[in-house]
Design a protein around this ligand. Structure first.
Ligand code: NAD
Ligand code: IPM
Ligand code: MN
Length: 357
């Protein structure tokens, strides 16, 4: 197979700390399975770059990244230095949009050796996939501010739900549900209060369901759905949601499964017209940055999803088995504090990479 090129963008904060461990494991997997992967590092999409250049990325970022087979991304955001909407709309959200990564796939699983904050939950009880619509919905750039500085000041931001945008996300979610043992799909809605876009979302879910008669479909308003994530996480299999609801559910799910430090995501352009982007669900965690205690598993698991996307299912599986085995051992000298250990980002990353040799 020809060499595959991966663009590496570590970004800010703990992105800088977990990325080296992600790469350590990717390189170990490439050696073990004889994969021809190359990694090219970029310093843009970071607040350091912003402070030097007055923008998050160079003007030619699209042409510089377009030819890559995948983007391996850390996290962006240093809100004390650059406002979050400036750093994120200047980087990650541009990637998602320009590269039409309209699916954000976020697995959530309670793993052996990891303790759920929910009482009496064991591995197997939490195992679902959040499929988040990733390019429209509540994250729209339509709107603005008016009458600034007066007492009539107001801000408007429109939600955009297109038939094309919803249907392609739903189709992906239904297809995914078809491959899973429970064959069940849950839709997140809020059609009681959000009375135009959300009834439309529900209508498209019902229309798509007619093409998948063997999938059990249910739908919950987002408020009670968050409660059910906590009370009955075992009932979920594939959860499909709009951009904002999917964002919320994909932090809540991993928190119920022990820590957001292990949660991965794949921002997919399923047609492969553009590179897809693989990143942990978590952010740059300025509160723990610089201490070398960030859990690198979210970055590593995202790397496994990247290997799978690049056609290396066996290597991807080996990486997942490697971190599952290390977490199951729960050696407190190895695992990071969010998992109850005293280990570091590096001890955990190395232990996982060592399993691949
Ligand atoms: P966050 O995910 O960065 O952190 C939330 C909490 O979880 C913090 O207490 C943090 O210490 C902890 N945490 C996160 N990752 C961890 C890990 N790997 N190991 C152990 N603990 C971990 O969310 P936030 O605090 O809301 O955001 C901080 C910055 O990150 C903001 O600028 C925000 O906009 C940005 N952000 C970026 C992304 C992204 O790049 N994809 C995602 C979320 C937030
Ligand atoms: C995520 C993040 C981003 C999002 C932010 C940083 C814009 O929270 O990837 O989940 O809301 O999509
Ligand atoms: Mn989020």
């Amino acid at each position: 197979m020809a060499r595959q090129r991966i663009a590496v963008i570590a970004g800010d904060g703990i992105g800088q700390e977990v990325m080296p461990e992600g790469l350590r494991v990717m390189k170990a997997a490439a050696d073990r399975f004889n994969l021809s992967l190359s990694f090219e590092h970029f310093d843009f999409a970071s607040c350091d770059y912003y402070e030097q250049h007055g923008r998050m990325m160079p003007e030619d970022w699209k042409s510089r990244l377009e030819g890559f087979d995948a983007l391996y991304f850390g996290a962006v955001g240093m809100p004390e230095r650059v406002p979050d909407h400036v750093s994120l709309w200047g980087s990650l959200l541009q990637f998602r949009r320009h590269f039409d990564q309209y699916i954000n796939l976020r697995p959530c699983r309670l793993l052996q050796g990891v303790t759920s904050p929910l009482a009496n939950r064991a591995p197997g009880d939490i195992d679902f996939m959040v499929v988040r619509e990733n390019t429209e919905g509540e994250y729209s750039s339509i709107g603005g501010r008016m009458y600034e500085g007066t007492d009539r000041e107001l801000a408007i931001q429109e939600t955009v739900m297109s038939r094309h945008g919803i249907d392609r996300a739903l189709r992906f979610a239904f297809e995914l549900a078809s491959t899973r043992p429970k064959r069940s799909l849950t839709s997140a809605t809020k059609s009681n209060g959000i009375s135009i876009t959300m009834p439309y979302w529900d209508e498209r879910v019902n229309a798509m369901a007619t093409h998948y008669p063997d999938i059990t479909v249910d739908s919950f308003h987002i408020d009670i759905l968050t409660a059910r994530f906590v009370m009955h996480p075992d009932m979920f299999d594939v959860v499909v949601a709009s951009n904002l609801f999917g964002d919320i559910l994909s932090d809540l799910g991993p928190a119920c499964a022990g820590t957001i430090g292990i949660a991965p995501s794949a921002n997919l352009n399923p047609e492969r017209r553009f590179p897809s982007l693989f990143e942990p669900v978590h952010g740059s965690a300025p509160d723990i940055f610089g201490q070398n205690i960030a859990n690198p598993v979210g970055q590593i698991w995202s790397g496994a999803m990247m290997l799978d996307h690049l056609g290396h299912a066996e290597a991807a599986d080996a990486v997942v088995k490697a971190f599952e085995a290390v977490l199951a051992q729960a050696d407190s000298a190895v695992i990071t504090p969010d998992l109850g250990g005293q280990g570091t980002t590096e001890t955990l990353g190395r232990a996982i990479a060592d399993r691949l040799v």
